[in-house]
Design a protein around this ligand. Structure first.
Ligand code: UTP
Length: 297
């Protein structure tokens, strides 16, 4: 039987330079999609997949993330005194159980691979999930839950993938398929980071959700630098692929890269449209906006 996936790592130590100046004092993960910070969507996805413990790898200026997942005594007292039951219930619903979160610091932003390595002692010798918190996924069933379901059947390491148009593959990490397992899952034999146009081994991009075996930590611990002079997670996954199986899952759902302005705005519209009252006003507003002439370049 495959060991269950109980812990997840959320690396939140990046600098968020694409969103400056918004991210000068506010972490990128705390920017809001409709009425929740981006990171809340990702924590909710992990909890819906049965994750019992979340490890946040943070950096300087990220304390507010820890506060967000803590109890807000003064606020909750005031809400109670004012009988704001619905607001209190909302706070409670989104708050992880006491003791079910850990926070560790990546002392310098040396790359995603290094951030994950910083969680090694807390994860220990168990398989675990990684969720990149700037990617949020709108799906009927939690994307990570879909991956856990596949993992329970095939074990090993799992990577979530999504189809992208052929002429955009050079912007992403792309997997190479060895053999199909079923309609949505496949064994993978290679991964290529931003392949030159026309050379991509498939049109399946790596989406920021992983289930990995703990042996990845030994490989990350070599601290080998890769693209951008950073310690890359992909390089260690490629090394692990020599000894262990990797499968990809084409999950049901739509991802939004909230680390980019377009992804962030798209997510706000897509999740806003889920609220019937908001949608009723949002649609005529957008119809009106698209009639306006575009601002000059
Ligand atoms: P990104 O490549 O999106 O970098 O990191 P970033 O710093 O967050 O944002 P930009 O590109 O400067 O705008 C992908 C994920 O890896 C984490 C980030 O927090 C993000 O969740 N990360 C990256 C770390 O935790 N540490 C690092 O050293 C690098």
């Amino acid at each position: 039987m495959n060991k269950p996936i109980r812990k997840a790592v959320l690396p939140v130590a990046g600098l968020g330079t694409r969103f400056l100046p918004a991210t000068k004092a506010v972490p990128k993960e705390m920017l809001t999609i409709v009425d929740r910070p981006i990171i809340q969507y990702v924590v909710d996805e992990a909890r819906a997949a049965g994750i019992e413990h979340i490890v946040f790898v943070t950096g300087r200026n990220k304390q507010v993330i820890e506060d967000h997942f803590d109890m807000a005594y003064e606020l909750e007292d005031t809400l109670r005194a004012r009988n704001k039951v619905a607001a209190l219930e909302l706070l409670e619903k989104h708050r992880p159980q006491p003791g079910s979160t850990s926070f560790t610091r990546q002392q310098a932003p040396l790359g995603l691979g290094h951030a994950i390595w910083c969680a090694r002692d807390i994860i220990g010798n168990d398989p675990f999930a990684i969720l990149l918190p700037d990617m949020i996924i709108k799906s009927k069933v939690s994307c990570l839950k879909q991956m856990v379901d596949l993992y329970e059947n095939v074990g090993g390491n799992i990577i979530a993938v999504e189809e992208v148009p052929e002429d955009e593959t050079h912007n992403y990490g792309i997997v190479e398929i060895e053999e199909e397992i079923n309609e949505t899952a496949a064994r993978i034999s290679n991964m290529v980071e931003k392949p030159a146009p026309g050379t991509a081994p498939s049109n399946l991009m790596i989406t920021g959700r992983y289930i990995l075996q703990p042996e990845i930590f030994d490989l990350l611990g070599k601290h080998n630098k890769g693209a951008g002079d950073e310690i890359q997670l992909t390089d260690s996954m490629l090394a692990l692929m020599k000894d262990q199986s990797f499968a990809s899952l084409k999950f049901e759902g739509q991802s939004y890269d909230c680390g980019s302005k377009l992804g962030f705005l798209s997510a706000n519209i897509a999740f806003g449209m889920d609220d019937p009252k908001l949608a009723q006003q949002l649609v005529p507003f957008m119809e009106d906006v698209i009639k306006q002439p575009l601002a000059a370049e």
